[in-house]
Ligand binder design. Structure first.
Ligand SMILES: *Cc1c(COP(=O)(O)O)cnc(C)c1O
Length: 409
């Protein structure tokens, strides 16, 4: 038997499988790098998530230019919104310039006001926290679940009981005196958060839920599409997401009144009129141009093929890497079908991670670590936060692998 590893930073996440993480001493970065070289194309560099345009993108773009409908009103915007809503099982989608703008508007519509706190996972892309800040609110960072990598309703419940007291408009943080207005679960790398328990917890406290589904188009939780699991949800179509419009996003909701409000607020709050410039509040110029929506329509037509390719790629990684000592391949959580937006492995500790990142880049495989935890960024260092043992372990051990659909055999 191997001696127990002295690396205490391997401990929390090793509860993923109930056993201890593999001792760091048996992990060999060269074995992992050689396995990746066999899996990935010989022509390098290989990016983390390269877009693929294999459908009607050119034809639809040409149609926009030929007809002059290039800006934020046009047939492709309407069609993209209808197709997204249908695909995600919601009544309405409102296309916007990017996912961050979508989150900003969704938070406003959920009733987040300046001085509120909003629960956000510490392990997320910075846009989630930035959108909260754009509302004048304060992100309050919470821990992750070792399997979903997203917000953990099981640790959030006891944490809220310790830190918050019920108030007339939702929980109040006992330490800061501020209202906690909402919670933003993020489906990290496309793996769905345990939304049923989270929604129960949020309802019991009177917290609004905004689903950050920016990485999760095509994922399902208990058979239901990501984006349909809360009153408001947001998608992103940035260049590295599962489908892209260059830049873009959408707000999803089952509530038509909310969708109308989202459309109004993102269209400079202009009241419909054939010629008058009537605006009834300070609005935003956040609508998605028709040019981008045209690309989005073409991409969405290919989503099933992309999802199948990404599942094959994930299976290829599982088969090739999961037997390697010290390498744990991140798999979709039980109850869920992930879109496998990003594949990832967990290594024994941070030094193993750094060796693999170095060696991968030297070979032209553009591996990436997880995001820095939000409280380690200067603008979020002073924000309230829960203990973050799982997020810290994930941050130090995670390596993201190239995951573009074109890499699937
Ligand atoms: C991509 C992303 C966003 C939004 O990104 P945009 O680039 O503004 O479209 C928000 N949250 C997470 C977790 C993301 O990955």
């Amino acid at each position: 038997m191997m001696p127990a590893s002295p690396d205490t930073d391997t401990m929390p996440v090793s509860s993923r499988d109930g056993g201890s993480a593999c001792p760091a001493s048996v992990f060999d970065p060269r074995v992992l790098i050689e396995a990746l070289k066999r899996l990935l194309p010989a022509s390098r560099p290989v990016g983390l998530h390269e877009p693929r345009f294999a459908g009607q993108e050119w034809a639809y773009l040409k149609d926009c230019l030929d007809t002059g409908w290039v800006s934020s009103v046009g047939a492709y915007v309407d069609r993209f919104e209808r197709s997204l809503a249908e695909r995600c099982g919601v009544a309405r989608a409102v296309a916007v310039v990017n996912g961050t703008a979508g989150l900003h508007i969704a938070l406003l519509l959920a009733g987040v006001t300046p001085g509120d706190e909003v629960l956000v996972p510490a392990l997320t892309f910075v846009a989630t926290a930035n959108a909260v800040s754009h509302c004048g609110a304060i992100p309050h960072f919470v821990d992750s679940h070792p399997q979903t990598l997203g917000l953990d309703p099981e640790s959030l419940g006891p944490y809220l009981r310790r830190v918050a007291v019920p108030g007339p408009d939702g929980p109040v943080n006992r330490n800061t005196g501020r209202r906690i207005a909402a919670v933003v679960p993020v489906h990290v790398f496309g793996h769905p958060v345990a939304m049923d328990p989270l929604n129960v917890l949020a309802a019991s406290w009177g917290l609004a839920v905004i689903e950050d589904a920016t990485e999760a188009l095509g994922s399902r939780y208990r058979g239901r599409p990501a984006g349909s699991l809360a009153r408001l949800a947001v998608l992103s179509f940035n260049g590295n997401k599962i489908i892209t419009t260059g830049g873009g996003g959408a707000i999803l909701t089952k509530d038509s009144a909310l969708a109308d409000a989202a459309r109004h607020l993102t269209t400079t709050a202009k009241r419909p009129h054939p010629w008058l410039f009537e605006h009834d509040q300070v609005g935003y110029n956040y609508r998605l141009p028709n040019l981008n929506a045209a690309v989005g329509c073409a991409q969405l037509e290919q989503l099933d093929g992309i999802l199948a390719a990404k599942r094959r790629l994930a299976q290829g990684y599982q088969q090739a890497l999961s037997g390697l000592p010290g390498v744990e391949v991140v798999a979709e959580p039980p109850d869920s079908d992930s879109n496998y937006w990003l594949n990832a492995v967990l290594l024994p500790n941070q030094s193993a991670r750094d060796l693999v990142l170095e060696a991968g880049h030297a070979e032209g495989m553009l591996l990436r670590p997880a995001w820095r935890l939000m409280p380690s960024l200067p603008m979020y260092a002073a924000c309230p936060r829960a203990p973050l043992p799982i997020a810290e372990a994930l941050e130090s051990r995670l390596v993201c692998l190239p995951s573009g659909a074109a890499l699937a055999s």
